[in-house]
Unconditional design. Structure first.
Length: 213
């Protein structure tokens, strides 16, 4: 039986769409159980519906506390038989109340080469610092923001004429290639969280992706 992956989004959903597309291949090790958005204007909800994937809006504004919002999300994940949760542009901070329930089964993609540039505005900050390599990181989620064990990274070279937008676009292309591979390897049981480290069993080709474009 394929592991069931649910995806949490807040907006555009290009990483979600990349995972849905990968999951169309019968050989892909994960089945997509549902997509949940915390914002009514999340474009990715329409994309998921068009793909025939259950797409659920759970508007965090309708909840009195972070925990009550998280309980609703957790309930929907369980109702859809979720084994693994992938955050994909999910812009709501999750508390330990939620994170501990999905320990070792909760992934995130962040648009920087962690541990550099946790938080927001990563592309602007990378350009300001004049770094020559930038990229994205897939990591296990722990309560500290963007600080969980690193599973995989994708890198791009920074060009002298890059703007935050042009750099973001090249990083996003690498994100869209990397995340489905990592989610697939995770669903295949090849990635685990052990003693605070991400362990990859078998070929480690999922762990890095470099675009020199
Ligand atoms: C991506 O850059 C992701 O790394 C970050 O938010 C963005 C989401 O993009 N967490 P999308 O919604 O997947 O297109």
């Amino acid at each position: 039986m394929k592991k069931r992956v649910s995806i949490l989004i807040s907006g555009r959903g290009s990483n979600m769409a990349a995972i849905l597309q990968a999951a169309r291949d019968p050989a892909y090790p994960a089945a997509i159980s549902c997509v949940i958005a915390n914002r009514p204007d999340a474009k990715g909800l329409e994309t998921a519906r068009a793909e025939g994937v259950p797409a659920i809006l759970i508007d965090h504004k309708n909840f009195a506390s972070r925990e009550s919002f998280e309980d609703e999300v957790h309930g929907a994940l369980i109702a859809h038989g979720t084994d693994i949760v992938a955050l994909a542009g999910f812009m709501r901070v999750l508390t330990p109340h939620f994170i501990t329930r999905w320990d070792g089964r909760l992934l995130n993609i962040h648009p920087s080469l962690l541990p550099s540039y946790r938080g927001l505005h990563t592309h602007e900050r990378a350009l300001e610092d004049g770094v020559k390599l930038h990229g994205c990181t897939v990591h296990f989620v722990v309560p500290e923001l963007d600080a969980g064990p690193i599973i995989a990274q994708g890198a791009v070279t920074v060009r002298p004429d890059d703007t935050p937008d042009s750099l973001a676009a090249r990083v996003l292309a690498v994100e869209n290639a990397l995340y489905p591979r990592v989610v697939g390897a995770m669903a295949a049981g090849r990635i685990a969280l052990r003693d605070g480290q991400a362990i990859i069993n078998g070929p480690t080709s999922e762990a890095s992706l470099v675009s020199l474009a």
